[in-house]
Design a binder for this molecule. Sequence first.
Ligand SMILES: Nc1ncnc2c1ncn2[C@@H]1O[C@H](COP(=O)(O)OP(=O)(O)OP(=O)(O)O)[C@@H](O)[C@H]1O
Length: 622
Amino acid sequence: MTETRAFQVDLRGLVDLLSHHLYSSPRVYLRELLQNAVDAVTARAAATPGAPARITVRTGEVLSVTDTGIGLTEADVHTFLATIGRSSKRAEGGGLDAAGLAAAREDLIGQFGIGLLACFVVADEITVVSRSAAEPGAPAVEWRGRGDGSYTLRALPPGAVPEPGTTVRLTPRADAAEWTGADRVLALARHYGSLLRHDVTVVEPDGTTTRINQPPPWERAHPTPTARREALAGYCRTVFGFAPLDTIDLDLPAAGLRGVAYVLPTPVSPAQRAEHRVHLKGMLLSERADGLLPEWAFFVRCVVDTTTLRPTASRESLYEDATLAAVRDALGDRIRDWLAGLAAADPDLLHRFLAVHQLAAKALARFDDALLRLLLPWLPFETTDGQVTLEEFARAHPVIAVTRTVEEFRQVAPVAGAVGLGIVNGGYTYDHELVHRLPEIRPGSQVTDLDPTTVTAHLDFADPAAELAASAFLSLARDTVGAHGCDVVLRSFQPVTAPALLLDDRDARHERTRADLAARATDGLWGDILGSLRADTPRAQLVLNHLNPLVRRAATITDPGLARTTAEALYGQALLATRRPLRAQESALLNRAFLGLLDHAMHHEGNPPPRPASAGGENTGE
Ligand SMILES: Nc1ncnc2c1ncn2[C@@H]1O[C@H](COP(=O)(O)OP(=O)(O)OP(=O)(O)O)[C@@H](O)[C@H]1O
C-alpha cells in the first residue's frame, strides 16, 4: 500500500539559508517584526476604523514589539504563524480575508509567510502573545516557537491580555548582541520605519521613549511653497547628504506612488549606479533600488513611497515586472516635463543644470526627439569660436565641420580658427552624433565630418616662386615622409609659429594599420585579404607652413642627408602635436631624427667624429 507522507522541514537549515543567502544582514529581523505589527494594525483599522493603531518596541535584555492590531486566535496561530510559507496576507481563505479584509490586503506589506523566521537569526526562541480583535471572545494565546522547529501553544486565562493585539518577544543570543543593543534597535527602527503611517515608538531600558516616524515631507502641510521647498531640501540633506539643485515632485496616483526626485548638485558618471530610496507602504525596502528610473536619469536621486511595486522575497530590491516598467516610464516622463518646464520658465536654473549635468542632458537629447528640440539650442559645445551653443555657432558658420576625436580638434582648431573655418569638437561623448542632428532642428544648416582636404582647401597656397624654390626639399620630404603613408604640401597659414600641421583622420590611420599588417602578413591568404581591402582612403597630410622661418630655411638646405633628417624632424614634431600614441616605426623615426640633428649640430660646432674603437679594445695598460 502506498502511504502519503508530509515533507519534513529542517527549520535550522531554513533559517541558515535565509540568513546567509536571502537577507543581506541579520538586522532585517527588526524590519520583519515592525512589518508584521504594521500589517496587523492596518488589518484591524480596515475592519474597525478608529481602532487603536500603536506599535511599541521595547529594548533591553528582552526585546519586544507590541501592536494593537488584529491579533490571532489559536486557529490562526496554527494556520499562519506556525506554517512556514503560509501568509494570512496572501492565501485565499486566509484569516484576514475571512474577516472581510480583502480590501486591506492591498495595504499589507507581508506576503511570503517567511518573515518571522528572520527572528531566529538573532534568537533561539520567539514568544508571541496575542488576542484577536476579529474574535474578541476567543481566549488570548501564547505561542513559543523554537529554532529547532518545535513550538508550544497555550490558551491564557481570561483577563491575562486586556486589549486585542500582539506582543512578540525574543531574548537575543549573545552572538547577536551587535544587532539587538538598545542604540542599534533605535537606529534600525528609524532606518526602516521613519515613514511608517502608524505611530511607532521605541522605549529604552531607562524609560526614554522616542517616536521614530512622521509623515513624509511631501505629504505634510507647509505654510508657503518656499517653506515646502526648504523642507524637501532639508529631507534630502538628511537622507542623501547633499543639498539638491532642485526637487521634482513625483506623484503617480495610478501606481500608488508619491515622493520626490532630487537633482544632484554635482556631476555624476552615467556608469555610477543610481541609489534610490524606495519605501513600500512606508517601510524602507531599499536604499539602492535599481530600475526605478530610466537609465538616462542618472542625475537625480529619488525617495518614493509606493503601494503597488512588488519586493523580491528578500525585501531588499524591486521585482522587475510590468508594473515597475510602467512606473519607470511614468517617472521618466515626470523628469522630462520638469526639464521642459525649466526651458520654458526658468532659463537661469536650466543654465545651472546644464553647467553641472551637460552630459546627462546630452544623453537625454539623443533618446528623445522632443527633448532634442528643446535642449539642443541650450547645450554648449567646444568649437573654434570657443564654448558656445550650436545655435550661436550655426548662425556664424553656414557649414559646420565636426571632428571625430578631441585630438583632431586640438590639432586643427588653431589653424582652422585663423582661416575662419567653423569646427566643433565631436570627440566628447554624444557630441559627434548631436552635432550631426542639428539640421533636423535647424533646417538649412549643414554639418560635415572634418577631413584633411577640407582644412587644406582653406589654407592659402604659397606663391609659385616659393613653391618652386622649395621643390627640391619638398620632393625629398615626400619621399621620406611618404614611406609613413603621408603626403607633404606647402601652404601659408597662421599661426606663423607652427612649422607644420599633420592632418590625419581616422580613415587614413586605418589604412596605415591595414598596410602595416599586410606588409607583415607572412601567410599568403591573410596578406591577400588585407591587400584586397586596400581602400582609396585619403592619406594623412603634412602641411608645411611657408610663413614659418624654420620651414623657409629648410627649403634652402642643399645637403640631402640634412634635408632628409629635417623632413623627418618636422614630421615627428607634427606627429607629437597630434597627441596620439605613436607606433613603433614612428618612435623609431623620432629617435633617428633627433639623434641625426644632434649629430649635425655637433659637427657644425667643429667637433670631429671620434675614431671608432677597435674590436678587441685598446690595451691601455703598461
Ligand atoms: N504581529 C502580528 N499580528 C497578527 N498576526 C501576525 C503578526 N505577526 C505575524 N502574524 C501572522 O503570522 C503570519 C506569518 O508571518 P510572517 O512574518 O512569517 O509572514 P508574512 O508577514 O505573512 O509574509 P512575509 O514573509 O512577506 O513577511 C502572518 O501572515 C500573520 O497572519
